[in-house]
Write a protein that binds this ligand. Structure first.
Ligand code: CTP
Length: 421
């Protein structure tokens, strides 16, 4: 991991939040990994942690005052600083800094730098505040604006807050922040490759604005009894990235999700389900009003015919257990059969032999418009990873291979293929 950070210039923005003390750990960790760290604080942040602490840990002067004589370096210091860095992270980010960045109110050094960042420099924001503030319409509106501006948002963790309330709002653990920075730094090359070659954000935005997108994600669980179940390996990351990017592009998103360990993107309608049957019911019910369905869930293909009540006892079962399974209903097939001409249906396929040939067969059998093919034979492809290597096939005969990309970029490439279909 330290290779990724070596000599990278990272600006750490700190704002007025009780979690500001954690920024000291973040700065120390980034320094340990070999990054050069420059801290910028809002005046309120200095009420929670002193600039001297962060100056010592970063071994660089800390900027608080926009008109600080030492920071000027001949004028336009904010432009130089923004252009010279590789990435900026604001952690913790308060509600007020969020709103200033969303609207471009540059009344302090931190917001000025964040606004001056050139498009190729990633900005990560980790909001941290009380849950009532985080869930307020104003903060959610600003988050949606920032997402659509291409800002990376790290969702706050759920838990006990300093106010004593319990809910979303905690700054995630430092390793989560560091992981996110590492992911973004390492995929920066692929991101610019994908941006240049495979999608155009502006045209995507005008296509998806006010469209309705249905996404299925994650695994389903099929109960054997009330304790045991059958499931598929799936983290839900691909589907969640599609939901997040669709919403960022202005679409109304319904995300039907099996049990996963990741936080849902802001501003999507989340429907939590467990079994394939529940996912089927929710998908069929919601599909009618949607323009696009993107079914990325790893739905269990089989479910026990009888689901035992309580917990089956080993002594009652004996040495061998036979479970009779029946096929689950195929959501992709039934949605494809239901679709009107104006609706586009995209499915996924994970193949390990004759990938393209089997992908085309699956496209025809499931009667859908597009298949996103994950190859089990390629590195960084498929379930449980942050990156993916995909091929997109469509019913008009287009077959396109893509380089390994972060799942957020894969999501944009998939949305671009739907737009071009
Ligand atoms: N799918 C679905 N409902 C199911 C099973 C799968 O909607 N009951 C969808 C998945 O969400 C995915 C696609 O179908 O978009 C591919 O599923 P997969 O299980 O790979 O296809 P099958 O043809 O069912 O399986 P196999 O690979 O065994 O041929």
């Amino acid at each position: 991991m330290s290779e990724i950070f070596k000599n990278k210039k990272i600006i750490v923005g700190v704002t007025g939040s009780i979690a500001a003390y954690k920024s000291a750990h973040l700065v120390r960790e980034l320094k340990k990994l070999g990054a050069e760290v420059f801290v910028i604080m809002t005046p309120s942040a200095t009420e929670f942690i002193t600039p001297l602490t962060l100056e010592n840990l970063s071994r660089n002067p800390v900027t608080v005052d926009m008109f600080d004589k030492n920071a000027q370096s001949g004028g336009a210091w904010h432009i130089h600083a923004a252009n010279e860095c590789d990435l900026m992270i604001i952690a913790p980010c308060s509600a007020s800094t969020l709103s200033k960045i969303a609207t471009g109110i540059c009344d302090n050094a931190l917001v000025t730098i964040a606004t001056a960042l050139p498009p190729e420099v990633p900005l990560i924001i980790a909001p941290a505040m009380d849950s009532t503030m985080f869930l307020s319409p104003a903060v959610q509106r600003n988050l949606k604006t920032l997402l659509s501006d291409g800002v990376h948002i790290i969702q706050p963790a759920n838990g006990e807050l300093s106010s004593g309330l319990i809910g979303p709002g905690r700054l995630p653990e430092i390793d989560i922040l560091v992981n996110e920075i590492s992911k973004i730094l390492s995929s920066k090359t692929e991101i610019s490759f994908a941006t240049n070659k495979h999608y155009n954000l502006e045209s995507l935005r005008s296509f998806y604005e006010n469209k309705k997108v249905l996404v299925t994600a994650g695994p389903t669980i099929e109960k054997i009894d009330d304790v045991r179940y059958l499931t598929n390996r799936s983290s839900g990351k691909m589907g969640y990235a599609i939901a997040e990017k669709s919403s960022m592009l202005g679409a109304d998103v319904i995300l039907i999700s099996g049990p996963v360990k990741i936080a849902p993107p802001a501003n999507v309608k989340l429907i939590n389900v467990e079994s394939a049957e529940e996912m089927y019911e929710a998908s069929i019910k919601n599909f009618k009003s949607c323009d696009f369905a993107i079914l990325s869930a790893a739905v269990a293909d089989f479910t026990p015919i009888v689901k035992a009540q309580g917990k089956m006892k080993k002594e009652d079962i004996g040495n061998e257990l036979t479970i009779h399974l029946t096929q689950t209903k195929d959501i992709l097939l039934d949605i494809s059969k239901l679709r009107k001409k104006s609706q586009i249906v995209t499915g996924f396929a994970l193949e390990h032999v004759n990938e393209i040939e089997n992908g085309i067969k699956k496209l025809q059998r499931k009667k859908c418009d597009i298949i996103v093919l994950n190859s089990m034979s390629k590195e960084n492809s498929g379930f449980e990873t942050d990156m993916n290597t995909i091929t997109i096939l469509d019913a008009k005969g287009v077959i396109k291979d893509y380089p390994t990309m972060d799942k957020s970029d894969c999501a944009l490439v998939i949305l671009e293929s739907i737009k071009n279909y």
